[in-house]
Design a protein around this ligand. Structure first.
Ligand code: A2P
Length: 344
């Protein structure tokens, strides 16, 4: 028998991708509930190529009917409804930042730290909640993991170039409408973003903190420590760019042990979830445009950093709606199903 799965935020950019990913990967689901706000009740959303689900209101849903819930409806909604779902016996995989740093909530990337599922179950004193990391963190730790295991990563400097879909469907609409409008001389009126996003780059994602970093930058540091190793020092600079789907990162690492470029290339080539495309020629690297719609974390432009003793530089690109969100959530659900952790 398969699982009964609820997707919360099913009308959103990530929620739609969750439904697509569940269907594509043949997740063993007997029943899938598509949930969103009451204003979306009755709307239809696709589940795979040939099925359509009718959206139900989250605030009226009885989570006792579902065994696994994939949440992507923002932090406030998660804070209200994830505990309700958890208490009803439904295992929540939440894509928001609401629970990520809670000590009793695993923050999981299946290729990196798959071992911690059981600890979150209520019967083990847990809250029935597993958190999905921030999209920029997810793709980064997948690439860092094999290098950390082999060479012990000490420090990471990362600059991100992040797609607008990370800010949800209305943000994608804003880029689309601004881009169209600029060609016909319309006045730009930013709503979701703080400045014009079309034909621009905005060095500001999430709110500013007292130390001058943004919360997005802080998340990359804190989440990498929680998922991979608290000893890793990481400094991030996060920028929103006018790309619809696909986050890019320029990554500079320093390791404890010496590493060669060849060894790094080989390790990344063999790492789960990673594809190296690095030909040092025109077109010999991956851009977000090619990564969109794909599951892998793509690595290009690997080269030694000559300015520090053990340093390497690379370019890391992935579909932020997939590995950064929906795919990672579905992979966690697959782990739960594979371990038959719910004792079914
Ligand atoms: P709705 O479309 O009904 O507003 P995105 O991140 O792409 O903007 O998507 C957010 C998702 O979260 C949407 O599916 C949205 O539903 C859902 N959502 C937001 N707030 C709530 C809420 N209070 N209750 C239920 N669903 C919500």
């Amino acid at each position: 028998m398969g699982y009964k799965v609820a997707v919360v935020g099913a009308t959103g950019a990530v929620g739609r991708e969750m439904l697509q990913t569940l269907a594509e990967r043949n997740f063993p689901a007997d029943k899938v509930y598509a949930l969103a706000s009451s204003k979306s009740t009755g709307q239809e959303v696709s589940y795979g190529d040939d099925k359509v689900l009718t959206v139900e209101a989250l605030d009226k849903f009885d989570f006792a009917k579902a065994e696994i819930a994939l949440f992507s409806a923002g932090g406030d909604t998660a804070k209200t409804y994830a505990p309700i779902a958890g208490q009803a016996g439904c295992l929540v995989i939440d894509n928001s930042s609401a629970f990520r740093m809670d000590v009793d909530v695993p923050l999981m990337v299946p290729e990196v730290n798959p071992g911690s599922v059981a600890s979150c179950l209520t019967e083990n004193g847990g809250r029935n909640i597993i958190a999905n990391p921030n999209c920029s963190t997810a793709q980064l730790v997948v690439a860092l993991k094999p290098l950390h295991d082999a060479f012990m990563v000490k420090r990471v400097v990362v600059s991100t170039y992040q797609a607008v879909s990370g800010a949800g469907r209305p943000a994608m609409d804003e880029l689309f409408n601004q881009t169209k409008g600029i060609y016909v001389n319309d006045t730009v009126q930013p709503e979701i973003f703080t400045k014009q996003i079309a034909f621009n780059a905005i060095p500001h994602i999430d709110v500013f903190l007292d130390d001058g970093f943004t919360r997005e930058e802080w998340k990359m540091t804190a989440e990498t420590k929680k998922i991979l190793d608290p000893t890793i020092e990481l400094v991030a600079h996060c920028v929103r760019i006018p790309v619809f789907v696909g986050h890019s990162e320029a990554v500079f690492i320093e390791t404890e042990r010496p590493m060669t470029e060849k060894a790094v290339r080989n390790l990344l080539n063999e790492a789960p979830g990673v594809i190296v495309v690095d030909h040092r020629a025109n077109e010999g690297y991956v851009t977000p445009h090619e990564a969109a719609g794909e599951d892998a974390v793509y690595i290009s432009r690997i080269r030694q950093d000559p300015t520090v003793p053990n340093g390497m530089v690379f370019w890391c690109v992935s579909d932020n709606l997939r590995k950064g969100a929906a795919l990672n959530s579905v992979q966690i659900a697959e782990l739960i199903a594979a371990q038959d952790i719910r004792g079914r």
